[in-house]
Design a protein around this ligand. Structure first.
Ligand code: NAP
Ligand code: MG
Length: 516
């Protein structure tokens, strides 16, 4: 498969307006596990890194020490990036042959694979998650780029036979939308980058992506791989900067035609309003959650303990679909409490993300750390609620570490059940009947994930049908696959990521009706 020289990116660069910024050179970083690599610090436009007027410090949450500072995008830079993305969209990318896109996305996946240990280490260094978990994130990132590449030549419309006597012919074409603005959070910096960028570009769009301020390093490192992948200039632009300045400017920009946002429901609502105000941008929102994990009395108890643990303590509870409300059937309630406590205290160690015996690393930033501690305080101060384990704050002098914390006998109207905490805190409550637990599970403004732990699949499927959530995990939890769509119901947002469905959010359908 040859790259078509007609599509040389050099052609449109000449028509770009002047951009007065100096190129930025990467700096060498020594990772805690002895690996060394070159970290780009500049904003990434047209496949180049640039210095700007402002920087922000990036911290290692396990030690609270500064890693480096990176440059952030001003409105001037965002305008230039959008102009580049717009030119690239119109002159190159929207009409590029599918197999060229296939080749480039696969090449990017190969490069990620080649650099997988470095990328995993960057992620653990900057986000605080354990190295094992970062490795899983990198693997899913690779799988997702490859899986998405496979759709390159399958983005076809359909023909519609509408009228009698062959009077008409109808067909549809799936077209890209244009320049996308993509805003991502800090809990899965690399994976969220992949979930946004891969479907956007395979469908022929170009993008401006803003990483979270606390975790920009892996995205910028990916920039250096994008340069080597053959993906033309202007297709993917990476612009770190604060949400309130850089994010807000992207939301209001008239040349952005589509916004994809992952983050809090509070900011998600702002995104929806702002995206509508200027030019009615298309949007997808992947927002918060407060997901139930239901344990029936016929479950396999030892597997259930693993699923409950993955549900809430994976990534230190900083997963939008975390199973943060556990409901246990009354007949096994007492036993589960005893077994879960001993399982957590014996198996779930917290500490240095690079120590592979740890299950939980650090909370990603100070703000989130303090938020979580404030909820632990609420749990301890609310009469009637009992602490099963954890709750005693940071076992270390430095770093944002929080032990797995479980409160039980928690009533449904408690703040700990109503509000998304986004940390390693879970509530356990008792239920008697299936009807009762369906009601409790659905009693939330959110609807992202849900879990059912049972050996009775027929019962599980009946419950699954009643749950108002975008994903239902049966006998597993927080178990993602690149082919399976993920996204919310209710105030957890709308639009899917991954799977074939993700592509729908990045295409618009043109219908052509012909009178014969
Ligand atoms: P957030 O404010 O929603 O931030 C998510 C992303 O949006 C970041 O890139 C952020 O940039 C950007 N942003 C913030 N304010 C913005 C604005 N006004 N306009 C445009 N973009 C904006 O989330 P957070 O403050 O980091 O975390 C708060 C809570 O959100 C958490 O406690 C958790 O409950 C929830 N959360 C959910 C998810 C999820 O996966 N659904 C992920 C993260 C957090 P900056 O980084 O510069 O602020
Ligand atoms: Mg915020």
């Amino acid at each position: 498969m040859k790259f078509n020289p007609r599509l040389s990116p050099l052609k449109f660069i000449k028509s770009l307006s002047t951009y007065n910024r100096k190129l930025s050179t990467p700096i060498q970083i020594n990772l805690p596990n002895g690996l060394k690599y070159f970290q780009p610090r500049g904003i990434f436009i047209n496949n180049k890194f640039y210095e700007t007027d402002e920087t922000i410090d990036v911290e290692n949450p396990s030690t609270e020490s500064k890693i480096t500072s990176i440059f952030t995008a001003s409105n001037y830079d965002i305008d230039h990036a959008i102009e580049s993305a717009d030119l690239s969209f119109n002159k190159i990318w929207k009409n590029i042959e599918p197999l060229n896109k296939f080749k480039m996305l696969n090449k990017l996946a190969d490069l990620i694979e080649l650099n997988s240990e470095i990328l995993a280490s960057i992620e653990s260094f900057n986000n605080g998650k354990t190295l094992n978990l970062s490795r899983d994130d990198v693997q899913l990132t690779i799988n997702y780029f490859r899986s998405t590449a496979g759709y390159a030549d399958k983005l076809n419309g359909r023909t519609i036979q509408s009228d009698s006597n062959n009077k008409y012919m109808n067909f549809t074409i799936k077209e890209p939308i244009g320049v996308c603005g993509q805003i991502i959070p800090w809990n899965f910096p690399l994976l969220m980058f992949a979930w946004k960028v891969a479907p956007a570009i395979i469908t022929g769009n170009t993008t401006i992506i803003k990483p979270a301020s606390s975790t920009p390093l892996s995205a910028l490192f990916l920039g250096s791989l994008i340069v080597q992948s053959g993906i033309p200039e202007g297709v993917i632009n990476i612009l770190p900067g604060s949400g309130t300045k850089c994010g807000d400017y992207i939301l209001n920009h008239p040349k952005i035609k589509k916004i994809s946002f992952t983050g809090s429901t509070k900011i998600g609502k702002e995104v929806m309003i702002k995206s509508a105000q200027n030019n009615l941008k298309k949007i997808t929102l992947e927002l918060g959650g407060k997901s139930p994990n239901i344990v029936l009395d016929d479950c396999n108890l030892s597997e259930t303990l693993t699923n409950l643990t993955n549900g809430i303590f994976k990534n230190s509870g900083q997963i939008c679909s975390s199973g943060s409300r556990i409901y246990v059937q009354d007949t096994i309630y007492e036993k589960l409490l005893v077994d879960f406590k001993s399982h957590l205290e014996n198996n779930v160690k917290v500490g240095d993300p690079f120590d592979e015996s740890n299950y939980q690393g650090a909370i990603t930033n100070r703000k989130q750390y303090e938020t979580i501690l404030s909820y632990i305080k609420i749990g301890k101060q609310t009469p009637g609620i009992k602490l099963l384990t954890g709750g005693d704050g940071n076992p270390y002098k430095k770093g944002y570490f929080i032990k797995p914390t479980v409160f039980y006998d928690v009533p449904q109207d408690c703040k700990l059940i109503k509000e998304e905490i986004f940390g390693p805190i879970v509530t356990i409550s008792k239920f008697h009947s299936i009807d009762e637990v369906i009601k409790l599970a659905n009693d939330s403004e959110y609807g992202l994930g849900a879990g059912i732990q049972t050996t009775n699949i027929s019962k599980a499927l009946k419950i699954a049908k009643e749950l108002k959530s975008g994903t239902v995990w049966i006998n597993t939890y927080n178990d993602f696959h690149e082919q399976v769509p993920f996204g919310g119901f209710k105030q957890s947002g709308f639009g899917k990521e991954m799977g074939e469905e993700a592509l729908d959010s990045y295409t618009q359908i043109k219908a052509v009706r012909i009178r014969l």
